[in-house]
Design a protein around this ligand. Structure first.
Ligand code: UDX
Ligand code: UDX
Length: 431
């Protein structure tokens, strides 16, 4: 289809976080990209040059490659121009914890029989999904379609960088033209390639996320034990992380992991194992530790303030991590609900999220600056470590507050700077 010098054109189905980053990334590498979404409003905004999500670097890349990017609600348009269709629709958790594959099935149903097209799965799906999609293709006379699993490992907030500098590229396929074409697309990035079978590629993604989540729950439990024993988890993590076999990343203790992937994928892997009769005990604990960790701040507030009825608590940050407007599974949701239930008056400030959060978190007042949030507060809780919170003038906040407690839910603040302003500092697992 394309000459050696020409880059393979592609289709991307789903213009969400993963889809848009994939589209912008491959356009940057030289491909023409047809980006399809069922949400007509979203496609109109994208055509006007508006970017519906906050992701550093994405808007610039979409602008720079605007001539190569085509936005449409019509799958046929993508099929007419591209033989590889990257699937990046959402796979949210169902009530039971399994992954909801209905959006993926919609795509599988919509794609017509063809000998020259392939679905390339970017969405995170349970191990075995590729095999069941291939069976569905065969049963419906669409056996000519190829299938490739190509999981995405990008992190929100640094997604563009992660796309362009991946630690590895994983391609699971049956050794046919489609797998070769996907490998070719990624070749300019020069990343280590893991070419394997479809089921193994699917499992690499789930196991990687589950391992990282386990690492976080592990250090959070160490932090909790540090609080009992007088050790400081930041020092402990530094000492552990210098061991090459452990490494320093994902050893930041705090008030738990959130986001669109870790909570969902850990649960989905546990559920997947359970469905085939295997009880994944370790992941059950990882999930439970994380749920308890999100609530730990409440205990700390009680310890310092006594009852919370009528107490004013300021939350700094709402997003599940900095540099994103994503509120999925954010610790702030659990925290604000618990504070409300305990009778506290909650004011929150987030540099990016505020508007969207209004519909997600009820019963809290939104402030337009950290100082405004701190006004009259008995306690401040750092929930998301946005960089602007690391440079706060604590003496000004201390003047505005009516109390003196600062809980650093991410161990991101300088305790000396906070204490220097006459405030009481408490982190997670800190001495
Ligand atoms: C991605 C992955 O695909 C998911 O599996 C992973 O675990 C998390 O990241 P994400 O990009 O965050 O999901 O999804 P979202 O931002 O919700 O976007 C999905 C898009 O797909 C939406 O714009 C939606 O309108 C679109 N969509 C959904 C379709 O185009 N067709 C459908 O049938 C369903
Ligand atoms: C994650 C994976 O890192 C990525 O590879 C995958 O594709 C999608 O899921 P993301 O959810 O965007 O990415 O963010 P990540 O930076 O991994 O953080 C997830 C959560 O863990 C956040 O709530 C963060 O605050 C928390 N975290 C992370 C910790 O509590 N401690 C750490 O040391 C690291």
């Amino acid at each position: 289809m394309s000459s050696a010098r020409e880059r393979e054109p592609i289709g991307v189905i789903g213009a969400g976080y993963v889809g848009l980053v994939t589209a912008a990334g491959f356009a940057e590498l030289g491909s023409e990209v047809w980006c399809v979404d069922i949400d007509a409003g979203r496609i109109e905004r994208l055509e006007r040059g508006e970017v519906p999500i906050y992701e550093p670097g994405l808007e610039q890349l979409l602008k720079r490659n605007a001539a190569k990017l085509h936005f449409t609600t019509d799958l046929d348009e993508a099929l007419a121009h591209a033989r590889l269709l990257f699937v990046a629709v959402g796979t949210p958790p169902t009530y039971s914890g399994d992954a909801d594959l209905s959006a993926v099935h919609t795509v599988v149903d919509a794609i017509p029989a063809s000998d020259g097209h392939a679905l390339v799965m970017k969405s995170t799906v349970p191990c075995g999904t590729g095999a069941s999609i291939q069976r569905a293709f065969a049963e419906r006379g669409k056996g000519g379609l190829s299938y490739v699993s190509c999981p995405e490992f990008l992190r929100e907030g640094s997604a563009m960088k992660d796309f362009l500098n991946p630690d590895r590229v994983v391609v699971g396929d049956e050794g046919d033209w489609a797998g070769d074409a996907v490998v070719e697309l990624y070749a300019p990035l020069g990343a280590p390639l893991v070419r394997t079978d479809i089921a193994s590629a699917e499992m690499v993604k789930l196991a990687s996320n589950a391992f990282l989540a386990t690492k976080i729950s592990f250090i959070n439990e160490i932090a909790n034990v540090c609080e009992e024993t007088g050790a400081d988890v930041v020092e402990v993590a530094r000492g552990m992380g210098l061991d090459d076999r452990i490494g320093p990343k994902f050893l930041q203790a705090g008030i738990g992991f959130g986001g669109s992937c870790f909570p969902k994928d850990v649960n989905a892997l546990k559920q997947l194992a359970g469905n085939s009769g295997y009880h994944f005990q370790l992941l059950t604990a990882v999930i439970e530790v994380n749920e308890l960790q999100k609530r730990r701040v409440i205990g700390k507030l009680h310890k310092h303030l006594g009852g919370l009825v009528g107490k004013r608590v300021a939350l700094l940050g709402l997003a599940f991590k900095p540099d994103t407007d994503d509120m999925r599974e954010a610790s702030s949701l659990v925290l604000s609900a618990r504070l409300n239930a305990d009778g506290a008056a909650v004011t929150a400030y987030d540099p990016v999220v505020a508007e969207e959060a209004r519909s997600l978190v009820s019963g809290i007042t939104f402030a337009d600056s950290p100082l405004h949030a701190a006004a009259g507060a008995d306690a401040i809780v750092l929930v998301t470590e946005w960089s602007e919170f690391l440079k706060l003038d604590w003496s000004r906040l201390a003047e505005a507050m009516s109390g003196e407690l600062v809980i650093d839910g991410r161990n991101a603040l300088d305790p000396d700077a906070v204490r220097g302003a006459g405030l009481v500092y408490e982190g997670i697992g800190r001495r």
